[in-house]
Design a protein around this ligand. Structure first.
Ligand code: UDP
Ligand code: GLC
Length: 383
């Protein structure tokens, strides 16, 4: 099967990391077209997935953009659509992995007469997107897509509530390679030493630095936790949230936490870093569409404390395979972290349950089979 994958980002966010696993089985015959250059391209190349940067100008359609602003970028859009329509003639379908890719892919699909698949990684709610962007996404998906793959029930529900067609929408969770997360204890210990946190109880947070990812909630919680608790913040401001980064540093200083918080920036050794943690937290203040970090923590055998909203509620069952806390409630988060700190045996059992079930439920082999079956169902051309 020859697939033209499209993604707007040059940076490796969760949707892009997910796409690597989806594109890999088709790499002999397929292409990933990106609308921006960057580290994501390098990761695709390391995985021997053919990649091409389709435009030198990145499309200025932001989450909060109005109709006027969205139309303003049409001048940039036309050459890109033409290029995609031309390229698509060599492929069986177009697979749009992001919203701007949907815009370009929908028009390209119309012009090239190739089916369109839209992988929906977002919750299309007012908390996350402007009215315009939601309307554009839903209208294009309804009109042009043969299949919408939602990354969770939460994303599917929001899509339908925004007017999306339920009959074309299927849920497929992100897939993972469980072996990647089996890290020897010795490596974890070395990492703790490298971090200078050997004697500490390490709480990890693994997300790009952005207000809705809620790193500030974890810092507030830390100030209410036992002194032996330290935090590592892993991730960078991928989409220009520099003000928030400044605020986080200021918050650390104001709360007197300088010796207990480490900002590690963007890292590509997530399993090793997670293995060095005692507990992993997820603190999104708006509903998380899926939440790769939650599954990754489970696969590492680490207790996960997640914000109770969106896709996270499909991944975590409280006190069975992790812990759920109300989003934005730092007192509640501090209580659960302290509880994990004091009851390590009980918490360890919960983490082990999570590891076993997540290794099956999110195994990339099963997930890729689900995607292959869906593609076969909607594509006129069979492999
Ligand atoms: N991640 C990473 N390096 C970092 C921080 C995060 O590779 O420094 C990865 C993380 O392991 C996860 C992804 O980025 O796989 C983030 O995906 P998630 O679904 O949790 O959130 P998103 O940022 O896509 O909303
Ligand atoms: C998006 C979502 C995230 C999800 C990822 C992969 O980036 O924000 O929740 O895990 O896509 O589907």
């Amino acid at each position: 099967m020859k697939i033209l994958f499209l993604d707007q980002s040059g940076k490796p966010g969760g949707a892009e990391l997910c796409l690597i696993d989806i594109a890999k089985p088709y790499r002999e015959t397929s292409l990933v077209g990106l609308f921006a250059d960057g580290e994501f391209k390098n990761i695709l190349q390391e995985n021997q997935i053919p990649v091409q940067i389709l435009t030198q100008k990145s499309l200025q359609v932001r989450k909060e953009s109005s109709l006027f602003q969205a139309l303003g970028s049409v001048g940039q859009l036309i050459p890109l659509v033409q290029k995609v329509a031309q390229l698509a003639k060599n492929y069986d379908c177009i697979y749009a992995n992001t919203q701007k890719a949907l815009v370009v892919g929908a028009l390209g699909s119309f012009l090239s007469d190739r089916p369109l698949i839209y992988h929906l990684h977002d919750i299309l709610s007012p908390e996350h997107f402007s009215n315009t962007n939601r309307r554009v996404a839903v209208t294009l998906a309804n009109r042009f897509a043969s299949l919408v793959i939602a990354n969770s029930q939460a994303s599917k529900t929001a899509f339908i509530q925004a007017g999306g067609r339920s009959e074309i929408t299927e849920i497929v969770y992100n897939g993972f390679h469980p072996q990647t997360y089996e890290i020897p204890m010795s490596t974890a210990q070395e990492m703790r030493e490298k971090l200078g946190l050997s004697g500490k109880y390490i709480v990890g947070h693994f997300s790009r630095l952005a207000p809705w990812k809620g790193q500030h909630i974890l810092l507030e919680a830390l100030s209410k936790c036992p002194e032996d608790v330290a935090v590592i913040l892993v991730g960078d401001a991928l989409f220009g949230e520099q003000d928030y980064v400044q605020k986080l540093h200021q918050q650390v200083a104001d709360l007197g936490l300088t010796n207990r918080v480490k900002f590690l920036g963007f890292r590509s050794d997530i399993p090793q870093l997670m293995a060095a943690c005692d507990v992993v937290t997820h603190t999104s203040t708006a509903p998380e569409p899926f939440g790769r970090v939650i599954v990754e923590a489970m696969l590492c055998g680490k207790p996960i404390i997640a914000a109770k909203a969106g896709g996270a509620m499909e991944l975590v069952e409280n006190e069975v395979n992790g812990f759920l806390v109300e989003p934005g409630k730092s007192e509640d988060l501090a209580l659960v972290i302290s509880d994990c700190f004091h009851h390590r045996e009980k918490t360890g059992k919960i983490a082990e349950n999570a590891r076993l079930s997540a290794s099956q439920r999110f195994d990339v082999v099963n997930i890729n089979q689900q995607i292959a079956q869906l593609l076969l169902r909607v594509l006129p051309i069979k492999p």
